[in-house]
Structure formats: structure tokens, C-alpha cells
Ligand binder design. Sequence first.
Ligand SMILES: *Cc1c(COP(=O)(O)O)cnc(C)c1O
Length: 366
Amino acid sequence: MNNYKLLTPGPLTTTETVKQEMLKDRCTWDDDYKNVTQSIRKQLLELAQVKESDYTAVLMQGSGSFVVESVLTTVVGEGDKILIITNGAYGERIGEMAKVLKLQHTVYSVPYNEQPSPLEVKALLENDSTITHVAVVHCETTTGTLNPIAEIGSAVKELNKTFIVDAMSSFGGVPMDVSALGIDYLISSANKCIQGVPGFGFVIARIEELEKCKGRARSVALDLYNQWEVMKLDGKWRFTSPTHVVAAFAKALEELAEEGGIHARSERYANNNHILRSRLKALGFNAYISEELQSPIITTFLFPYEGFSFEHFYSAMKKAGFVIYPGKLTDVDTFRIGNIGDIHEDDMTTLCKVIENYMVVMNNEG
Ligand SMILES: *Cc1c(COP(=O)(O)O)cnc(C)c1O
């Protein structure tokens, strides 16, 4: 297999040093390992800018979706009802989970190229007092849209509802003051902006809220409350923990701090994204969403001309050392390029040069 850089928003390109951490086997119940877990939990709270007296970090085995499902099954109780906001496939996945878990729910859905309206959220909450929880995706990775969670959060808090945010592809890459945003449960995973490898996710939970959730989950393995109860004592995971992945994640957190924290990382990502968007635009690749909605994480591009073959483009990029992402839209032909991970300005300029050359060849042939 050739080496290539992943321009996919998780799993993403990680550093050699993060990968090297996985060469050792670690014992799940030994203090050394449990201390690694405790230190990760503490650092996550710092990144979320929250106090240890108000919030707790709970790690959960599985990919990001497992952790979203874990929150839903643990916090939305029998008599509760959740409002799910969607403008992309990840929001819709929350809706799918609510359906399968048989949660009482209602969906506020807007087109993929628009942001949900905080005023509309407020109106929906005012018109249905049975709603107890609200869930929204921060960066909709389907399109790259950054949703207005601050404004939505203030509507949710004004009406005293529990606020759940899927910040999977943004946490660590975009500064977030979790308590100021009114977030009760923030969900993210190891293999996104913190630049670890896949295998677990985490929840930054308001303690006062999580404390109410004992016995609510309709799942044993995904019971976030029980996971917290065990983990908070001394860092022990219930069931087998992904030891290699956890060790790699601890290293990734160290490297995030060395880079200068979330602010520095978000600037690198924004710069990557700016180079990508502007240079591709000059080549005739238009982004699916307008610049004001664009996150610094991933960009969805429309096919540049009729007859454009994604498969052909994909293999040319792969040959040049970059793996890109297919689109996830049903009505228009798109593809996606992520710019998070251990990806720097020189990677972006190399990629843009490769695409420029591709277009020259295609123009000559076409
Ligand atoms: C990556 C991602 C997820 C989780 O996807 P998994 O494939 O389960 O890791 C959920 N929500 C968003 C917004 C994501 O970007």
C-alpha cells in the first residue's frame, strides 16, 4: 500500500509520534494506564474551558456515532421529548437513532445549504412545552457548514431545555467555551480535530444533568451514566478499553498543546481551508455553501464541469498522495476535501498544484 495523506475528516492524517505510542501494550487495570485516562479527562475539560466542579468528561468505546447514541439513550428519558435540528446527514443520523431507540422526538429540518434559524428553534420550543431536549450538529460534516450553536444555545437555555451538541468534527479545531454556549452534553471523538486515531469518543457533560440519568439507558454497553460512575473513581473503563488508541490520544493532546492550543490549531485549519477554497475556485470548482457558512474543517465542492468523473479524479489524487472524500448529497454531484489532521500549508499548496495540473490535462483532452 502506498502512503497517502488523508484529506477526510476522520480518520485523518496523524503524526508519526502519535502512531508510535501504539507500539506498547498497556494493562487496563494498572495505575499507569488509569492515570493516562484521568489526565485525558482533565485536559478535555480544560479544552472545553469548563470547571471541574460543573462538568465531567466521560470516554466511551466505539466510533463517534456510538457516543452520540450513548448520550441519546442515557439522557432522554421515558417522558421526555427531543427536538432534533438537521441540515445534513449527521443531524439525520441523530433522528434515525431517536426512531430506533423509540424516543419521543420532533425534527426541525432545513435544506443542506442553509443554517437552522435560532428564532425558529425558539418558536418551536415555545409552541411545544413537552420538548425537554434539543440536539444539533455543530459542524455539519456533510457540507462543511458551521451551525450557529451560540444563538441556538441561548434560545434553548432561555426555555430551560437540555442542550446536546454533536461537535464531533469541530471540537479541538474551533475554540468553544462550552458552559458559555449553554451546552449540557458535547460529543466528539478521538479521531477528529484532536488528531488521534479512531476507537473511542468522549462526552463533556454537565454534572448536574448527568446525575439525573441513573437507570435511564436502554442499553448496557452504551450507558453513559454507568460508564461515568466507574470511570470517575480512578479512571477505569467498564469493559475492555482501547488501550493503544487511548495512549495515542494522550500523545495527540500533548501535541495540540505544543502547537499552541486550539487557537493555533484553528488558525492552521482556517489557513488550509482558505488556500483550498480560493485556489480551487480559480480553477472552476465552486463550493456548495457560501463562504459565511463555511467551517475551517471540510469543504464540499460541486463538480466543475459536465462529465466530470469523480472516480478518475479520485484515483489521480490518490496516485499523487492524497485521499479525498465522495459527496454525501443526494440532489447534486459533489465531492469533499477535508483539511484537518496533520495537514499543513505545504500539503495544501501541493494538493492545489496537483489539481491545477489535472485540470490542464483534462482541458487538453476535452
Ligand atoms: C464523524 C462524525 C460523526 C461520527 O461518525 P463515526 O463514523 O461514527 O465516527 C458524527 N457526527 C459528525 C458531525 C461527524 O463529523
